[in-house]
Design a protein around this ligand. Structure first.
Ligand SMILES: [Zn+2]
Length: 427
């Protein structure tokens, strides 16, 4: 089974004392202790590691609430870690966000770059600060853009062109907005050579806009989460879905096709031990020729869908709607225009002869769902809740998934994610 790990035993096992210490910490968490009681031994080998139960996001939040880790050398930052309903769940990281180790293996930025950081800042989002830490290591010039409103694109694009920006970074959804607006306004960024991305799968449509706006630009990807921080990186020579794990990150591809991650970094504050992000994937060789095992990420297997760069937990939203008196079933329909979510509609099936107060439910869902209230803070009218005659079904499979993504132009279609998720549903 050791070939299911990103590192061979002779490279990984001398560093497993870090995982053994994480295990001891997790054993002290009252909510998690029983499951580890069945594994009284330590973690000396990859086989022993593979035998431990995987951690899910809720488990990690249970652990963090108990452990409340603090950096001994720097400030401890709290960042949003999934949890799209109610108050944000948190992940922790020290100043620097472990980016020194990333920069050692991935020089996406260098001293001559002028880097526009377009990841949103504030609201406990980590990516903006992580990218800033990378830029700090590179010693380049930084323009801290954050997120902007629709009307502001032309002016800011003009500014970026004037400044000779050579690098920009953001989630692919946000990057698409930048390049779509640039193309629409006829603005070119001839000096742009690097597009850094993190937070979602790469969107192939970006290549088309880049060819028009910034023909020299190439993509540089990072893969990770607020729990694991950066797990792996890729370069323009790698396929967009393939990443080279950092040596501090031990990646395991389970027999069920799900990836899990174990930190080998003694400085890591989050107790990341066989942590599952919900991403499916496997280990592979990368055609770029770089030695060592690479991981191929095939997308989310759980019902978390990216809406404007934030994870929306569809099952939580549907469950809340279905608790409403009179609602027999609910479905989330996400409308996208060129990869960007333009609206979220919650469709309700009402039981026979019952009345549902959809307006009141909408008010409640919006205020209680962090992802919706944040992603649609400028256009909340694009979140609707209404009673429908029927939910949207997949014509091919006949299944009605809990969420559906459709293009703004017309027909609804279940995404591959949806299909995978609905295959696992009992109904
Ligand atoms: Zn590669």
């Amino acid at each position: 089974m050791t070939d299911a790990f990103s590192l061979p035993p002779d490279a990984a096992e001398p560093r497993l004392p870090v995982a053994a210490r994480t295990l001891e910490l997790l054993r002290t968490v009252p909510g998690l202790a029983p499951r580890y009681a069945a594994h009284p031994g330590g973690v000396r080998t990859l086989e022993e590691l593979a035998a431990l139960p995987p951690l899910l996001k809720d488990d990690l939040n249970t652990a963090l609430a108990h452990l409340e880790p603090r950096s001994t050398t720097a400030a401890t930052w709290l960042f949003q870690s999934g949890g799209s309903t109610g108050a944000p769940k948190v992940g922790y990281a020290p100043t620097g966000f472990y980016m020194a180790g990333v920069q050692e293996h991935w020089q996406a930025l260098d001293r001559d770059d002028v880097f526009a950081n377009a990841w949103g800042a504030g609201r406990m989002w980590g990516a903006h600060f992580l990218a800033a830490a990378l830029a700090d290591r590179a010693g380049c010039r930084v323009i801290a853009l954050g997120s902007i409103t629709r009307e502001e694109y032309p002016d800011w694009l003009g500014f970026l062109a004037d400044r000779g920006v050579t690098a920009i970074g953001g989630t692919p959804s946000v990057l698409r907005l930048w390049f779509t607006h640039a193309r629409a306004a006829g603005i070119k960024l001839p000096a742009l050579r690097k597009v850094l991305w993190l937070g979602e799968a790469w969107q192939p449509q970006l290549e088309e806009d880049l060819a028009a706006v910034a023909p020299q630009a190439r993509r540089w990807g990072m893969f990770g989460s607020t729990e694991t921080w950066v797990v792996g990186t890729n370069t323009p020579d790698c396929p967009a879905d393939t990443f080279h794990p950092l040596p501090d990150q031990l990646v395991h591809a389970g027999p069920d096709g799900l990836l899990d991650f174990t930190t080998l970094n003694p400085e890591m504050l989050n107790p990341v031990l066989r942590y599952r992000t919900g991403d499916a994937g496997g280990l592979t060789d990368c055609p770029c020729g770089r030695p060592g095992r690479a991981m191929r990420v095939l997308g989310r297997r759980d019902n978390v869908v990216q809406v404007r760069g934030l994870g929306l937990h569809v099952d939580e939203l549907v469950a809340r709607a279905e608790r409403e008196p009179g609602v027999s079933r609910a479905q989330v329909v996400i409308t996208e225009d060129g990869g960007r979510a333009t609206g979220v509609d919650v469709l309700l099936l009402a039981g026979p002869g019952t009345a549902v107060d959809a307006a009141a439910l909408r008010t409640e869902l919006l205020s209680a769902t962090f992802t919706l209230s944040t992603a649609f803070q400028h256009d909340p009218e694009h979140v609707t809740v209404r009673v429908a005659d029927a939910l949207v079904s997949n014509d091919r499979t006949g299944k009605t998934a809990s969420f559906v993504v459709r293009e703004a132009t017309g027909a609804a279609a279940a995404t591959p994610d949806t299909a995978a998720a609905s295959d696992g549903e009992a109904s």
